[in-house]
Structures are given as structure tokens and as C-alpha cells.
Design a protein around this ligand. Structure first.
Ligand code: UD1
Ligand code: MG
Length: 407
């Protein structure tokens, strides 16, 4: 990849990111009235006052991010553009930027549609699949590297690498679906959706700057170009979304964020490391499986519940008629309660015919173990977990990986 003097372009990108940060910080409050008028709002369920909070302000961040990137895009190619020799311009490199931004743009648009139309869960799963198609097409045309390096221990059996062919495309599509939805379901506490995205993007940037001198230098530079403006607009949004939230980020932001991570992980070839920065989201997703696949009833909102007397949050619960779960549901509830992952209380409700279990999310697990907690304390604990997990991710990437790979 020949992208010109990357030191200078990174500096330009940093200045543009800073501008994007101040722009977002200033314009988000100005859009609040407009969103309320358009009925794009939600009630903060964990507050006593039931004021309407403007929702889907992630779309403002997404728009500022995209404009910043559109303006920045010619910069890495400034030498070739100045040279202007016919046939010399690296179109195959430029197309990476176009495909990445097209996928992110599609995701912002579909996320906004979700916020306006409140789509059902099965549709939510389809959206990132469609939005990742431009990216996968360009990957197929330009890169088409579908082999994965095998761990040392398996090379005697499978060889140095294994070509996954179409399965690799399935993996990349699923990565986009996972990243978007995993952020969307690790939510419900002021500042959590955007806070976790800030920690992940900061971790990715640390990784990119560490690896910049290595053999995949240009992949990491490409990632930096996307991650710096993303972190900038996200930090500005976090300022307004932090407890007590003046705006909600909406599904638009969760999709925008997840797709940006997926795009960068795929095109810069570090999707496995990217997944390492999603440890809390992976745990939350695995823990959520019984409810996501409806083995255990899944209410519309699984976010924690305000205890008005204490002004603190308690775990929220789902209730079902005792004995009404199918076989899989029963197995999950038995298994999870055996490992003390959930609190089960039988004999509740009318005539004691019902059973209640806490909703299967990391937030509720923490509240059940350490709660009740103030909402701000809970989000700080959750973000601290995210930061610790990033530390663990670096240890796995740089220490544990040596056991399985050469470097
Ligand atoms: C996901 C979760 C759902 C959770 C919801 C809100 C799953 C399967 N779905 O649904 O359990 O309740 O996100 O996080 O896990 N809200 C607050 N405080 C906040 C953030 C959101 O009260 O800090 C409420 C507001 O009423 C807001 C609404 O949640 O309007 C947004 O929910 P939405 O993003 O539409 O929910 P989902 O993403 O479908
Ligand atoms: Mg959501």
C-alpha cells in the first residue's frame, strides 16, 4: 500500500478529528429541539422524572464523521494527485476508503431507520449483513485473502495455513452483525453504549500505533485514519450522553460504531485482535443467549430498574409461569443457577404460580452481585471492566499468542 507520507497525513487527520470533536460538541445540543419536534425521543426509564430525551443523536456523530472522512480521503494520496500522471493513481487503494465509508454510511442510514421505525429483532440482525456487502465485494475484488494461519500445535495436521474460501466471507459478515448488535445489547445505562465504544477505539488506536513500525504498517495507518475521527465524535457524544443523559445515542450510534470497528478490523487485517477488544460484549452476548433465542422470555427492555426509595438501580427480572419453559430453557436456567450466574425465585406472583429470574445481561449480573448501585457508579464499573478487558486483550495478543503463533 503506497499512501504517501503517513506521518503528515496522520497529523492532518488528528487536526481534522479535533475539529470534528468541537463541531459535534457544539451542534449536538442545537439538534435537540429538532429531534423532539420530530418525535425522535425516549423516556429515561431509570429516572423519576419522565421527561422526553431526544434520541438517535448518533446520526449527528455519524454525519460529522462521514463528512470529515470525505474531506480527509484525498490526503493520503496527495502525492499521486499532485503528480497527476495518467494511470499512476492507485485506484485499488482508493476504493478501500470508498467501500469502508459506503458500508458505514449504509449502517448509519439503516440504524436511523431502525430508530424511526423501531424494527423487530430479526430485522436488526439482517441490517448489518446488507450494509457489509459493499465491503465484502471490494474485499473479494481487491484482496480475496481467505486463508487463516494455523496455531503451531495444529500445523502438523492442517499445514501452515488453511484456506476457508466462502466461509471466510461468512465470518466477515457475521463479524459486522456481531459488532453492531453486541454494542446495542450492552446498553441501557446512561453513557454505556458510547463509553464502551470510546474505550474500544482507544484500545485499537494504542494497538495501531504500537504496530505501526511492523510489516503491516499501512493497514494500521488505514485504521488510525478511521479511528481518530471516530473517537473524536464519540467523545463529544459521550459528553452529552453521560449521566444524567441530555441526549440518547439511539441504535443509529450502536450500528455506526459496530460497523466502523468491523470495517477497520476486516480491511486492516486484525479482526481477531479486534474481537479481543470485545471481551465484555462477547461475555454479555453469551450470557444473553437464552433470552436472545427466546428459550427464556425476553422483555422489550432488559435494562436495570430504578429503586425509587434508594435512588439506586436494582437488577431487572423476567417472570414466567413455573414449568412453562421448554427443555432448552429449563436446562439454561438450571445450568446458570448452578454456577450462580442468575437469581431464581420460585413461587412469586398470583397464587405463587410464577418464577422470576434476573434478565441475562452483564449489567444485571453486576447489580445482582454488588447492587443496588447508583446509575453513574454502575456505568463507571462497566467501563472499568471494559478497560481491564482491553488490558487482558493486549496480554493475550502479545504474550499468550506466542504460544500458538510465531510472532
Ligand atoms: C436493547 C436491549 C434492551 C435494552 C435497550 C436499551 C436486548 C435484546 N435489547 O434494545 O434490553 O433495554 O437496548 O438499552 O438486550 N434507555 C434508557 N436509558 C439509557 C439508554 C436507553 O432508559 O441509558 C431507554 C430509553 O427509553 C430509550 C430506549 O432505552 O428510548 C432505547 O432502546 P432501544 O435502543 O430502542 O432498544 P433496543 O436496542 O431495541
Ligand atoms: Mg439500542
Amino acid at each position: 500500500m503506497e499512501l504517501g507520507d503517513s506521518g503528515l497525513t496522520i497529523a492532518v487527520n488528528a487536526v481534522m478529528s479535533l475539529t470534528a470533536f468541537f463541531l459535534c460538541l457544539n451542534i449536538i445540543p442545537k439538534f435537540k429541539e429538532m429531534f423532539l419536534k420530530a418525535n425522535l425521543c425516549g423516556i429515561d426509564l431509570n429516572k423519576e422524572n419522565k421527561n422526553k430525551i431526544p434520541e438517535a443523536l448518533g446520526v449527528v456523530c455519524g454525519a460529522v464523521f462521514l463528512c470529515t472522512m470525505f474531506l480527509f480521503m484525498p490526503m493520503p494520496f496527495y502525492k499521486q494527485l499532485a503528480d497527476n500522471t495518467p494511470g499512476k493513481f492507485p485506484h485499488h487503494e482508493y476504493i478501500h476508503y470508498l467501500a469502508a465509508l459506503l458500508s458505514i454510511c449504509c449502517m448509519v442510514f439503516l440504524g436511523f431507520a431502525d430508530d424511526v421505525l423501531d424494527l423487530r429483532w430479526r430485522h436488526k440482525l439482517l441490517l448489518p449483513t446488507f450494509a457489509s456487502l459493499p465491503l465484502l465485494t471490494v474485499y473479494f475484488i481487491n484482496i480475496n485473502a481467505t486463508n487463516v494461519i494455523m496455531p503451531k500445535q495444529l500445523r502438523w495436521l492442517l499445514g501452515f495455513d488453511l484456506n476457508l474460501g466462502p466461509l471466510y466471507y461468512l465470518y466477515m459478515g457475521m463479524l459486522a452483525v456481531f459488532c453492531t448488535n453486541a454494542i446495542n445489547i450492552h446498553s441501557g445505562v446512561n453513557g454505556l453504549e458510547v463509553g464502551q465504544s470510546c474505550v474500544i477505539s482507544l484500545s485499537v488506536l494504542i494497538f495501531n500505533f504500537t504496530e505501526m513500525q511492523g510489516e503491516h504498517r499501512m493497514g494500521h495507518v488505514f485504521s488510525i485514519y478511521f479511528m481518530m475521527p471516530f473517537l473524536a465524535v464519540s467523545t463529544a457524544l459521550l459528553f452529552h450522553n453521560w449521566y444524567p443523559s441530555r441526549v440518547f445515542v439511539g441504535d443509529t450510534y450502536c450500528y455506526f460504531s459496530g460497523m466502523t470497528f468491523a470495517v477497520v478490523g476486516i480491511l486492516s487485517h486484525f479482526s481477531k485482535t479486534m474481537l479481543l477488544f470485545f471481551i465484555p460484549q462477547v461475555i454479555n452476548f453469551i450470557y444473553s443467549i437464552p433470552q436472545l433465542f427466546h428459550f427464556v422470555p425476553c422483555p422489550r427492555h432488559r435494562l436495570p430498574r430504578l429503586n425509587p426509595e434508594l435512588g439506586k438501580l436494582d437488577a431487572s427480572y423476567t417472570v414466567y409461569k413455573t414449568g412453562s419453559l421448554n427443555k432448552m430453557g429449563q436446562i439454561f436456567v438450571k445450568l446458570f443457577s448452578l454456577f450462580r450466574l442468575i437469581s431464581v425465585k420460585e413461587g412469586v406472583g398470583e397464587n405463587g404460580l410464577y418464577t422470576q429470574v434476573n434478565n441475562f445481561t452483564l449489567n444485571n449480573f453486576i447489580l445482582r452481585t454488588f447492587g443496588p448501585l447508583h446509575e453513574q457508579t454502575l456505568v463507571i464499573i462497566l467501563l472499568a471492566i471494559q478497560i481491564i478487558c482491553s488490558g487482558v486483550a493486549f496480554i493475550i495478543r502479545y504474550q499468550l499468542a506466542k504460544i500458538f503463533y510465531d510472532s
